[in-house]
Design a protein around this ligand. Structure first.
Ligand code: PLP
Length: 359
């Protein structure tokens, strides 16, 4: 099958334009006679790729000058312990909005005292806590949150103004909208949703926050190591960083974050309308005010039809619509590279499926 509608949660759809350019350059990058994977990471050609990616991030996300832009490895999952290892002193506050924030909290417990500043767990993570429900202390080493909850399909639409530095896992919505970077001490994101292939983790860290980091840590687990070496302390994931640069070229040519944010809202609205106007055939998981523009989660009122839906969707060319194994139901992940036309096709399919199976 050549043409699929890719709704995978991550690794996820990438812009065709970026993939085609990579294909063209694969065996002979920029006249070197080598692929990017074969270049020395200490050479001039790779240096241009590395610098290009960093520049694009700073420009498109409007990253202030006092923030360092780092490329790490180990996925967002390694950030869960790395943040507390570097910064947890007396106490850190964690805001729980789903399984990924729970994992971040569990790792922090290895390093010191944690408190829960707000939690949506009792409500099965259907809702993002109200900003005025968050409790934290100015003395906290940091407050940790997750901007978009990939599994539950909820998203923060405004960020808390915390007294302590705010640390945010933005793995599943970075570069999907404009964000006030200066409200955060540290932002991290695995690349494999909106930024490129897996293998690279983007970290933005404010210099003033970095100054609070502990010393005496293993080099590979210290942010300072990567700041001082421009993320070239050891061999970086060169191909992932190269692809990230191509994806950001595409994003810029598509009109940048304002345009992509509008597109993402329009795609999400299309799907949520189909759910809301289905007379209860489809049921949205997230509370209306907490709905994610990246992951649309829903169930069928008749759960026995879920497997039928997935089978028929597969036959019709839709990929990745099964909900996360911990939640069940259905999920359409509509990251930046998923075209509006794929969302329209899904809505048509959902309507036809309902007409065929509604009692
Ligand atoms: N945080 C969020 C919000 C995620 O969606 C994911 C993966 O899907 C992760 C963390 C884990 O990322 P990684 O697989 O890069 O460790």
């Amino acid at each position: 099958m050549n043409d699929v509608h890719n709704f995978n949660a991550g690794p996820a759809a990438l812009p065709k334009q970026a993939l085609e350019r990579a294909q063209k350059e694969l065996v002979n990058f920029d006249g070197t006679g080598m692929s990017v994977m074969e270049l020395s990471h200490r050479g001039d050609t790779y240096d241009r790729i590395h610098t290009h990616a960093i520049k694009k991030i700073r420009k498109l996300l409007d990253v202030p000058d006092d923030y360092h832009i780092l490329f790490l490895q180990g996925g967002a999952s390694l950030q869960f312990p790395m943040v507390p290892m570097n910064f947890l002193d007396s106490q850190a506050t964690y805001i729980l909005t789903g399984a990924w924030s729970e994992k971040a909290l569990a790792e922090a417990k290895h390093f010191g005292k944690t408190v829960i500043g707000a939690s949506g767990k009792d409500g099965n993570y259907k809702q993002i806590p109200a900003l005025n429900q968050i409790s934290e202390h100015a003395q906290d080493s940091y407050v940790h949150m997750t901007s978009n909850n990939t599994i539950y399909g909820t998203q923060w639409h405004a960020f808390p103004n915390t007294k302590a530095p705010l640390v945010c896992d933005m793995s599943s919505d970075i570069f999907s909208r404009r964000i006030p970077v200066n409200q955060f001490g540290l932002i991290y994101a695995g690349a494999q949703k909106n930024l490129g292939p897996s293998g690279v983790t983007l970290v933005l860290i404010q210099d003033a926050f970095l100054q609070r980091a502990k010393s005496g840590l293993p080099a590979m687990l210290s942010y300072d190591t990567f700041v001082k070496s421009n993320s070239l302390y050891n061999t970086p994931p060169v191909f992932s960083i190269y692809m990230l640069g191509l994806v950001l070229d595409w994003l810029e040519e598509s009109g940048g974050l304002t345009e992509i944010e509008n597109r993402n809202k329009a795609k999400a609205q299309l799907l949520y309308e189909a759910i809301d106007e289905s007379d209860g055939f489809y049921i949205g998981h997230a509370a209306q005010d907490s709905r994610s523009n990246m992951n649309v989660t829903f169930t069928l009122a008749n759960d026995a039809l879920t497997s039928v839906f997935l089978q028929e969707a597969k036959e019709a060319g839709f990929v990745g619509l099964n909900g996360h194994r911990s939640v069940g139901g259905l999920r359409a992940s509509i990251y930046n590279a998923v075209p509006y036309a794929s969302c329209e096709a899904l809505v048509d399919f959902m309507k036809q499926f309902k007409n065929k199976h509604a009692e």
